[in-house]
Ligand binder design. Sequence first.
Ligand code: ZN
Length: 232
Amino acid sequence: MNKSFKFICIYCTISLVLLSTILPLILRANTAFSAPDNPLKGKIILIDPGHGGIDGGTSSGNILEKSINLEASLILKTELINRGAKVIMTRDKDTSLENLCKDNDYRHRRDLKARVNMINSNNIDAYISIHVNAVNNAPYVKGPMVFYSNTDINSKTLASYVQDSLNAIAGTSRSPNVADYFLLTNAKKSGILIELGFITNNDDKNLLVSKDYLKKLTTGIVIGLENYFKNK
Ligand SMILES: [Zn+2]
């Protein structure tokens, strides 16, 4: 065998070995890069903007909770749809829901029952109820809070992920809270209730009327949902 032919043979062998080991790694890396996991794709999320219509929720001057809830919920809806999720809304306009419940009960309870019925009768992966907080005689208390029912472990997990991502946005360090709210305890699906901030705190109040801030918060909610479905 002449010397240069021998060299070519060795060179080709080394190249083939290298290609067969490195190529699959490169291809795998490219696949991961071009088609990242999308944990929200195909997921069905119910969004419940609290209050509405005759029920303004909490307020400060002419700033009404029901309007902040609806605006944030509609932004959240768009963000979720953009990530491939399907969205069901309990309301998408300024209306209360008691007319959807025929029970012999008082107006506010029928409104809440209508929301619970929508959660329980739809095939959903999670629900998010959006509210704004208020506290008497504590104007310094601020920041987002996430509530869940301790009857469902998945709700607790979701609450942790969402509270973490909201903490990162608002600069708070809260843990999620257990609550026995009617909606949370009667819903038979996994979900959470989010208080976006305190209308009784001046900083929060100024932020909550800003669409940019609501967008930041809803992005935080989306990140929390993504982390939840990624690890589920
Ligand atoms: Zn509320």
